[in-house]
Structures are given as structure tokens and as C-alpha cells.
Design a protein around this ligand. Sequence first.
Ligand code: NAP
Length: 295
Amino acid sequence: MAAKIISGTEVSKQIKAEIKAEVDGLQAKYDKVPGLVTILIGENPASVSYVTGKQKTAKELGFYSIQDNQSADITEEQLLALIDKYNNDDQINGILVQLPLPKHINETKVLYAISPDKDVDAFHPVSVGRLVIGEAIFKPCTPAGIQELLIRGGVETAGAHVVVVGRSNIVGKPIANMMLQKAKGANSTVTVVHTGTKDAAKYTGDADILIVAAGVPNAVTADMVKDGAAVIDVGVNRIGMTPEGKAKLAGDVDFENVKEKAGLITPVPGGVGPMTITMLMKNTLEAFKYSLQSK
Ligand code: NAP
């Protein structure tokens, strides 16, 4: 039987409506709204497009939002001073520095300069540590989107064998950590597979939930998937151009064949992708609520 296809676009719409309703309620009560600044250094076209999407969504949700464009020759010191300014700005709850940064700027130093209370990307080591010990204020956006798709897709995670393909710091490691927490949408038994794994199919073929973040088209084929498994495809690979001149995208999973075997599957595009920006907005709302509590 063909798998149920879970649309990240639809789930995102629901979550955004929930965020908007909460923002409206908080505004009525406190006369304040969540504030997000996105800092863009230079004019990398992909980065421009990402921050434009983030700003557009923030505005739609009624946030106070600032797009801070800085020239590519900004010094590291100037950028650190700018972050410090936003760390101390009460109207700003979330600070996002769009990566990659120009080569003369130390990325680690910049990400570490963001106050952990405003770290809506959750890349700061304090955020990573909080996530691992089960006390996250913010979960990194893509893994948070994956977990939300599982919850809203009605997938039972407690006691399930979750196999994660990939161990990057932005997807593989955090989602593996999140799924093993004793918490809602988690409490799973987790295995992580990577290029050093011998016989990856032995593990993927036992997964009740298979989360694939390898960055390689067709890294997971139907013979590697258990009947009825929930398959979340995080991969975004450019595999050519459409006749309209747009990038043609594919995930990491052989969608056409795996969908005949899986119980649930996310498409690419339209699966995990749209969830990432939405979870950034959720994190900004959480940061805002956290700031209200700590006053
Ligand atoms: P990454 O940093 O390149 O890491 C890829 C991981 O997959 C590595 O740990 C690598 O193992 C492992 N791997 C690669 N090929 C494998 C294979 N055949 N079998 C098992 N493991 C394999 O990638 P990433 O940043 O996590 O991103 C992964 C994919 O997700 C990319 O396509 C990216 O574009 C996409 N992505 C999407 C979103 C979104 O919003 N939808 C967000 C982030 C990333 P080693 O560690 O051994 O090298």
C-alpha cells in the first residue's frame, strides 16, 4: 500500500496560524510582540533569499522584525559589537546571523557571541548543552520541524526504533538527541548511521522511523526500508533545472520506490523544508515568552 504523504507546507500553515493567534493574544495582554533581527553580511544570493523568506514570515505573523544588512567588508569586531547591541535590545528576542560569513570573520566566535536567551537558531554551545540534558529553551529549527511532523503526522515515537542517517551538528546529532529524550514526541531507541557504519541497511531496515539527512540523492533505497516505516527525508539536493529555469530538487530518499513500502513519507520539496522557517518563528515566540517570564 502506498504511504501517507505528510505535507510540511500544510503542517507549517497550521503552526503559523497557531503562532499568529498566540502573538495576537500576547499583544492584547502586554502591548508587545516578539522581535526578530536577521543579520545579513554581503549579498550572497542564496543568503538574501533565505533572510527575505524569514523576514516575510515574521511580518506575516505580526512580529517586530529588522533586516540588518551589512557590507561584506564589515570587521569581526564591528559584527560582534552589532550582536552585542541586539543582545541588549529589549525589543529583540531572537538574533539570527545568516551563514555563511565572509572568510575574514570567525563564524564560531560570532555564533558564540549571541546571547543564549536569544539564540533562536540554537547553535550556541549552551543551547546544544541544554538540548542534550533535556532542558532546551530552543530546539534547532530543522530537527524541531522533523519532530513536529512526526507528532502531527500521528507517528508513535515512544518505544520506536529511530534510525538517523547522518551525524551533522545541524541535523543528525540534534535530532538523535531529541528523539532519545524522555519527552513527548520522543522516548525512542535511537541509532545513528554515517559513512563509517558497516552495513547501514542492517540498521535502516529495522527502523520504525527513518530520518535521512545525508545530503546524497538516493542514499536510501526501498530495499533499506522496513514495511510501514515512517520516513522523513531531510535532504535537499539540486539535481538539474526545470523547463522554467528553476532548480530541480530531490531529497536523499528514492521517493518513488520508498513510498510504495513506507507507511508515511515526507516529499522533497514541501516536506521538512517549509518547517524550518516556521520553527524559527516558534523559537522567536518562545524567546519572547521567556523574556516576559524573566521580567
Ligand atoms: P552534512 O553536514 O553534509 O552531513 C551529512 C551526514 O550524512 C554526514 O554525517 C555523513 O557522514 C552522512 N552521510 C553521507 N552520506 C551517507 C550515506 N550514504 N550513508 C550514511 N551516512 C551518510 O549535511 P547536513 O547539513 O546534515 O544536511 C543533510 C541534508 O539535509 C542536505 O541535503 C541539506 O541540504 C539538507 N538540509 C535541509 C534542511 C531543510 O531545511 N530542509 C536543513 C538542513 C539541511 P560522515 O559524518 O561520516 O561524513
